[in-house]
Design a protein around this ligand. Structure first.
Ligand code: NAP
Length: 309
């Protein structure tokens, strides 16, 4: 059996506690030895206030998993690669597109793995949908990704700041699925961004894409939704409707429920990271973030009611 990969988590907040710590605890391939966070510690490992302190004190660490907010991703990833670590990035992989290209080049020249994760792509409906759609004629795609921001992002001021993406923080998960399951690339044609009077990022967005052949792909993202989330993608085909729901945990095709494996997005992400490290490979697909950037480039802004948490 190959040796365990010693790993550190950087940014111990909601997603680190909800998903990364339990996933690592359940996997044999990794040994979580250290964490770095300014305001939090994790029991049973060595804790440091910053990534720089962690890197200085842990020269034999193999890898880091960066779980802080996107605005600080680049500086943390650059420091980790410079220290010779393999790097796993939470989504989105950065606050700009170019910083990811710089990291990609750094990782290549350092001979270290860079893994830009898209956790929603590991939802059980995704690969089944991709395979089924590969041989169908697609007529139209509709995405509805709607939730209550107060439930999912309570007190997270960073989502409203530049680089925080606003409603694209969950919306990019839908885009990561769409870019995985559709057989052709999509191109943004127009967008409407609904921006509260007191924030820098949108609370809702309507996006109109077509695929390369002109098939319409429409997406609605909304953070002003009621208590029951809507994380759905409909793909209308000549063999019936593919309906992905609950963020990819459920799937029906032509009205029939498809039996799926249990959801295990984060364990699967770490297994992929292990495979990439063992094979000296990278996985950096920026397309979901590129569609967000295009939305900010092409989007018509509409000011809406101020948001108060
Ligand atoms: P969060 O809890 O608000 O923040 C995560 C941690 O980032 C904080 O606890 C903080 O740790 C650290 N941090 C914040 N600002 C920092 C700064 N200026 N310098 C250094 N560290 C800083 O956010 P989250 O919900 O975990 O989200 C983090 C990332 O995971 C985001 O990119 C998000 O899109 C992604 N994600 C979140 C979810 C979810 O359900 N929440 C799901 C999937 C992916 P310290 O203050 O202790 O340093």
């Amino acid at each position: 059996m190959s040796q365990k990969i010693s790993i550190g988590i950087v940014g111990v907040g909601k997603i680190a506690r909800d998903q990364h710590l339990p996933a690592l605890a359940a996997l044999d391939g990794f040994d979580l030895v250290a964490c770095a966070s300014r305001n939090a510690t994790v029991d049973g490992v060595r804790n440091y206030p910053t990534i720089d302190a962690l890197l200085a004190a842990e020269p034999t660490l193999d890898a880091v998993s960066l779980c802080a907010t996107p605005q600080v991703r680049f500086d943390q990833a650059r420091a980790a690669l410079a220290a010779g670590k393999h790097v796993m990035l939470e989504k989105p992989p950065g606050a700009s597109l170019n910083e990811i290209e710089v990291l990609r080049a750094m990782a290549q020249s350092a001979g270290r793995t860079l893994f830009a994760t898209w956790h929603s792509r590991y939802a059980p409906a995704v690969d089944v949908s991709r395979e089924w759609l590969a041989s169908r004629t697609i007529r139209a795609v509709e995405v509805r990704w709607k939730e209550d921001v107060r439930r999912w992002h309570p007190g997270q001021a960073w989502v409203w700041e530049p680089g925080g993406l606003g409603v694209f923080d969950p919306g990019i998960n839908a885009l990561s699925i769409v870019t995985r399951i559709l057989p052709r690339e999509i191109i943004l044609r127009s967008a409407a961004l609904y921006v509260p009077a007191n924030t820098q990022t949108p609370i809702a967005a309507d996006l109109d894409f077509t695929d390369e052949t002109g098939v319409p792909v429409r997406a609605e993202f909304d953070w002003r939704h009621g208590p029951v989330e809507q994380w759905e993608i409909d793909v209308d085909t000549d063999d019936g409707l593919l309906h992905l729901s609950e963020g990819g945990k459920r799937l029906s095709i032509a009205g029939k429920t498809v039996e799926l494996a249990a959801e295990r997005e984060y364990p699967a992400l770490y297994e992929r990271f292990q495979w990439l490290i063992e094979h000296g490979a990278h996985d950096v697909d920026v397309r979901p973030l590129r569609h967000v950037a295009d939305s900010f480039l092409l989007g018509r802004r509409h000011e809406v009611e101020a948001f108060h948490d």
